[in-house]
Write a protein that binds this ligand. Sequence first.
Ligand code: CA2
Length: 154
Amino acid sequence: MHKILVVNGPNLNLLGQREPGIYGSVTLADIEAAVRRQAAAMSLDVDFFQSNSEGALIDRLHAARGVAGAIILNAGGYTHTSVALRDAIAAIAPLPVIELHISNIFGRTESFRHESLIAPVCAGIVAGFGPAGYCLALHAAKTLLDPPVFGASH
Ligand code: CA2
């Protein structure tokens, strides 16, 4: 069974408790429960990790090598600032990392959110779909691990 690691970065532990206008009222625990249900239905095993510390996030990515088949990463504010996190993602290649954001970072008013330092080393991005994005990212991970066969009908 494939293992998918879901990693959440700084301040995401406060989801549902602050700024509901931007991030909604769903908590990280609600998201974890929904992703676990979805993963069970898709025969995937999931692990969750959240930290507000850049180093702890990097250590967790390193530890996923040889264990996880794919990582879903909401790096929070570190998305826009962390060369170290980008280097860590590059260092664990070919383990695929799917960048995830609850909000559409490209549509946010603050222009600093329009740049992602990690995007070039990630397999792809899911952004703007709210908490449901975590379930979409799970489908993306499954698709990366068990890709559809194209052109096999002839
Ligand atoms: O949209 C996303 O998922 C973000 O990664 C969330 C980050 C933000 O810095 C990124 O630009 C986009 C912020 C997470 C902070 O979460 C909070 C939750 C509740 C209250 C305050 C912040």
